[in-house]
Design a protein around this ligand. Structure first.
Ligand code: FNR
Length: 366
């Protein structure tokens, strides 16, 4: 069997192949209410039809002020879960596994969606007050919305929001919960010394800065059933070599601690903490080296997913066949080709190794 099309067993969940649709914001809740729309149903559903083993939602806000843009998806009420339920049913009916990325944007919240200008939004202009580990705003060229450092009650309410969001996600039919701790959003803002200047138990040394991510993940794990997997997306590095910043060594250490909490897979990304953070290399597989390091250097046997610059079937197949990661996570190429996995099966001469929708079978030669 082609390794790319071999199932991945995580607890009692079987992901039918090693291709995952990377979480990607769609900025398509036109009513600005966080409720899934026809766009989300069609977008996520068609990637399941296209054969991806796991379809992950975009960053889904656990509370309204945790949205990046006003048009982001949310899961802060039962109504939000009800709007997502038909999507998970459809994804599961296609034989794919539905996953949800639970997210809070912290100080990077309250910004226009990209095609409306991507400018920070003020509270009196459709935006809201944002929160972070400290009160430094994201350094936009324009004025950022007001940023408040979370106090102890605020931190507890964030943890509760993640826990409640996970409970709702389960009701909505998701099989995988992914905690978003990457790309400079709230949890990453606590992890990184670039953004965390706290002097209490949630700042300072490695133990303090990682505490919120560990507590949020533990809260999610507590309500997520034992037979279903939990993922965490990390920025493996801040890509700020000249500063006191988050490093790959930190990610290896945290990954082992997350494994102890019951995390099954680290989704290994990078950057996003500061405008100056940029990859030193941005070609094919540009973050695979970090996934490999976490896989090799952790003491636990936690699985890893590689994301970044995977665009061809051969590449995705090689990541798995050469045992460099457990999952090939494909982002932008899935926006170009919802049938990435089915096309991969064709190109790799393996159409007999995936199911494919019976409606399309004759055309695709399954
Ligand atoms: C993203 N990315 C992203 N990441 C994440 O963790 N949550 C998200 O909601 C989003 N949103 C998002 C929207 C869009 C339009 C793009 C293009 C990207 C990052 C994405 O998941 C992925 O990590 C990167 O795009 C790198 O992978 P590719 O595109 O090189 O395969």
């Amino acid at each position: 069997m082609t390794a790319l099309f071999s199932p991945l067993e995580l607890r009692e969940t079987t992901v039918p192949n090693r291709v995952m649709v990377s979480p990607m914001c769609q900025y398509s809740c036109e009513a600005r209410d966080g409720l899934a729309t026809d766009w989300h149903r069609t977008h996520l559903g068609s990637r399941a039809v296209g054969g991806a083993g796991l379809v992950m939602t975009e960053a889904t806000a656990v509370e309204a002020r945790g949205r990046i843009s006003p048009e982001d998806l949310g899961i802060w009420s039962d109504e939000h879960a009800a709007a997502l339920e038909p999507i998970t049913t459809f994804i599961s009916d296609q034989g794919s596994v539905p996953g949800i990325q639970l997210a809070h944007a912290g100080r990077k919240a309250s910004i226009e969606r990209p095609w409306d200008g991507h400018d920070p939004l003020q509270p009196d202009d459709g935006g809201w007050e944002v929160v972070g580990p400290s009160d430094d705003p994201w350094p936009y060229d324009d004025e950022a919305p007001p940023t408040t450092a979370l106090d102890q009650d605020g931190i507890e309410s964030v943890i509760d929001s993640f826990r409640a969001a996970a409970e709702r996600a389960l009701d909505a039919g998701f099989e995988v919960a992914e905690v978003h701790a990457a790309h400079g959003y709230l949890l990453h803002q606590f992890l990184s010394p670039v953004t965390n200047h706290r002097e209490d138990d949630y700042g300072g040394d490695f133990a303090g800065r990682t505490r919120l991510t560990r507590e949020v993940t533990a809260a999610v794990r507590e309500v997520w059933p034992d037979d279903k997997p939990v993922f965490v997306r990390l920025s493996a590095t801040d890509w700020l070599p000249d500063r006191d910043a988050w490093t790959v060594e930190d990610s290896v250490r945290l990954s082992d601690q997350l494994a102890d909490i019951g995390v099954d897979l680290i989704d290994v990304s990078g950057g996003g903490i500061h405008p100056e953070s940029s990859p030193d290399y941005a070609g094919p597989n540009y973050q695979l080296r970090y996934a490999e390091r976490i896989r090799e250097e952790t003491e636990s046997d936690i699985a890893v997913g590689a994301v970044g610059g995977i665009t061809t079937p051969e590449q995705a197949a090689a990541v798995i066949a050469n045992d460099r990661a457990d999952m090939a996570i494909v982002g932008r190429e899935h926006l170009r080709d919802p049938y990435f996995t089915m096309n991969a099966a064709r190109e790799l001469d393996a159409t007999d190794e995936i199911e494919g929708p019976p409606q399309y079978r004759r055309a695709w030669g399954f």
